[in-house]
Design a binder for this molecule. Structure first.
Ligand SMILES: O=C(O)CCC(=O)C(=O)O
Length: 199
């Protein structure tokens, strides 16, 4: 796969705009919004229980259990549209995925805070294939804190409808990423992060 993502470390991030055509991206957005089993979950953040500012759904092979921020997710059986996309992603990446975390940002007040996807069940150098559907949202990246040194300054780019972002190599060890709130009047965005959970 080729892509341009010059503002981020090219060893860790690869971006392809228009991975899905406009029409099919529209169709996936509509079907996934209507048919996935979306829930709003409570998580632990800095010792406090808070509701996540977005909806999520976890699908995959039965063995692909995933835990983060005090939340344990058991996968729902694959939805056909998620399975179609998984097959396409496996073809372009040459890798396999056994699960997908779907995030739905209903409007600009939904968001995802700074984090690294570095849970042990993802392995040391996970490949995460992140598909964006719906309204473009700003995606920020910054160097992770290390040895008492605070995180570095952030850079960002807009993840467009139908685009694919691969996060790979040392990405989850070196960098944090986030999807900040925005005051712009915008509608739904769905993000699908395909992962391989080591079981
Ligand atoms: O919505 C996005 O693009 C970010 C998703 C994300 O960071 C994650 O699922 O770990």
């Amino acid at each position: 796969m080729t892509g341009n993502c010059e503002i981020f470390d090219p060893d860790c991030f690869e971006y392809q705009e228009g991975f899905l055509g406009r029409r099919e991206a529209d169709d996936y957005l509509r079907v996934l919004w209507q048919e996935l089993d979306w829930t709003q979950q409570e998580i632990t953040l800095f010792g406090r229980r808070v509701m996540q500012p977005r909806l999520i759904a976890w699908y995959g092979d039965a063995s692909a259990e995933y835990s983060y921020s005090g939340l344990s997710l058991s996968p729902k059986p694959w939805h056909y549209a998620l399975l179609d996309l998984k097959t396409r992603l496996e073809k372009v990446t040459g890798r396999t995925f056994n699960s997908v975390l779907a995030n739905a940002y209903r409007d600009g007040s939904d968001s995802m805070g700074w984090h690294q996807d570095n849970e042990k069940e993802l392995g040391r150098q996970p490949l995460i294939a992140s598909l964006s559907l719906g309204c473009g949202r700003r995606f920020l990246v910054r160097p992770a804190a290390r040895g008492g040194i605070r995180p570095g300054p952030s850079t960002g780019m807009t993840l467009e409808h139908g685009s694919l972002l691969l996060m790979q190599g040392e990405c989850q060890n070196k960098y944090q990423h986030s999807l900040p709130k925005t005051k712009q009047k915008i509608g739904l965005r769905i993000n699908l992060t395909y992962r391989e959970i080591l079981v």
